[in-house]
Design a protein around this ligand. Structure first.
Ligand code: OFO
Length: 163
């Protein structure tokens, strides 16, 4: 079973994962309509992964005898200034999710909920990987010029190979 404080923070985390999925979906659609077909596929895949992260927490809450709350769907950013901006925002979002996960774990420790702490360790590893991938994408902008057609093409190919 879950203590109330842990159940609440897990529901918040579920909502964050659901929001992350929708944010990636909007990014993927923007990339698709701006000619970045490969990077779009990469972020459509990310959107699906975030949906899985959402479901994993959601089901955990239920498995532990808690009440999993279906999150509301807020508006997400649909337009971006550039390919680089997409990944700057993606990195910021991933860092925010990492910080939220750290708070969940701090709460688990405060409540002596070691089962949930153990469950959350999967997310810690996942976030380390996702932050690394977003940073790697941003590094490519130091090497390849987004303002040239050939650069756009190369960035689209190279970024999509990261994940
Ligand atoms: Fe859910 O892994 Fe990123 O945010």
């Amino acid at each position: 079973s879950l203590v109330e404080g842990v159940e609440n923070i897990l529901n918040l985390q579920a909502k964050l994962e659901s929001d992350a999925s929708n944010k990636y979906l909007a990014m993927a659609a923007w990339l698709d309509r701006n000619g970045y077909a490969n990077t779009a596929s990469y972020l459509y895949k990310q959107a699906e992964e975030e949906r899985e992260h959402f479901l994993k927490v959601f089901k955990y809450i239920t498995d532990m005898g808690g009440i999993a709350v279906t999150p509301s769907i807020p508006e997400v950013q649909q337009e971006f200034a550039s390919l680089k901006e997409v990944f700057e925002i993606a990195l910021q979002n991933e860092i925010a999710v990492t910080q939220a996960i750290n708070k969940v774990i701090a709460k688990c420790r405060a409540e002596n909920d070691y089962a949930t702490e153990d469950f959350m360790m999967w997310y810690v590893a996942e976030q380390r990987e996702e932050e690394k991938n977003a940073r790697r994408a941003l590094e490519l902008f130091e090497l390849i010029d987004e303002n040239e057609a050939a650069g756009k093409f190369q960035l689209d190919v190279q970024i999509s190979k990261i994940g």
